[in-house]
Design a protein around this ligand. Structure first.
Ligand SMILES: [Zn+2]
Length: 254
């Protein structure tokens, strides 16, 4: 923690009587004077299968934050297995070195979401007098986050597309999935995304704006070349948003 912030806390204590100051951080740091440190490391959001993936982040392996501990209330199941979409430049219509601009990757994800996970479907008939068919996932229950930035169509004043969306986004739409691309500078869209307002769309967002969010289905789009390799922190920043089904779009063969 920055020395300046420590000084700020100490000065605040000196000027405000009976100050009750709480701080929260996800990393280890030297706590400011007068504060008591409490470590909360029980996984509450993600099922075990996702926690195991998150735990491979260098934030944990290099002790930048405390390791998860055993849950005090063992979860009832491991959670659904991680699903994969594989991008290889020369396979079945895939193109480019990375999945970000690959229309085939987007279309494969659309198929996985709509067919396998029944996202956007309708509830089936109940099978008995007491059985209740589970509600299908909505599109807004899905959060797609790329380590690189995915962009939407850019249009001119007449509405003509002057720069098309990233291939991955085009592929999702081609597969029938409604998509909202949230730019990192669009404060209103970020606020609506946080409180689940707006249309029922799959949200494609930059990793910088998903902190604090959680969704049942999280899709990590990870190429082979990107700026987040140093700490593998896409596990820490993106996978940790997932409460149930993790989908990983990645380069390379199975
Ligand atoms: Zn691809």
């Amino acid at each position: 923690m920055a020395t300046s912030f420590t000084s700020f806390c100490e000065e605040l204590h000196g000027q405000v009587n009976e100050l009750h100051l709480w701080l929260a951080s996800c990393s280890n740091f030297d706590i400011p004077f007068r504060l008591t440190k409490v470590t909360l490391s029980e996984p509450l959001r993600s099922p075990p299968v996702v926690v195991r993936e998150i735990s491979q982040s260098r934030y944990f392996t290099d002790n930048y934050c405390p390791a998860y501990r055993e849950s005090s209330a063992p979860p009832p199941c491991d959670g659904p297995p991680v699903r994969y979409v594989r991008h290889t430049a020369r396979r079945d219509g895939h193109s480019g070195d990375e999945p970000d601009d690959c229309q085939a990757c987007g279309a494969e994800l659309a198929s996985l979401l709509c067919t396998d996970l029944r996202v956007g479907g309708t509830a089936g008939p109940s099978t008995g007098s007491t059985a209740v068919s589970p509600e299908p996932l909505r599109y807004r229950d899905v959060l797609v986050v790329s380590c690189n930035t995915l962009t939407d169509d850019v249009t001119d004043v007449t509405g003509k597309v002057v720069r098309p969306a990233s291939g991955f986004v085009r592929g999702l739409r081609q597969g029938g999935v409604p998509v909202l691309v949230v730019r990192s500078d669009d404060v209103r869209a970020i606020a609506e995304m946080a409180v689940m307002e707006g249309d029922d769309d799959v949200v494609v967002a930059d990793r910088s704006v998903v902190a604090g969010l959680e969704r049942p289905v999280v899709v990590l789009v990870r190429g082979s070349v990107m700026d987040c390799d140093l700490f593998n922190d896409e596990r820490f920043d993106i996978m940790s948003r997932c409460t149930s089904q993790l989908v990983w779009v990645k380069t390379g063969r199975p």
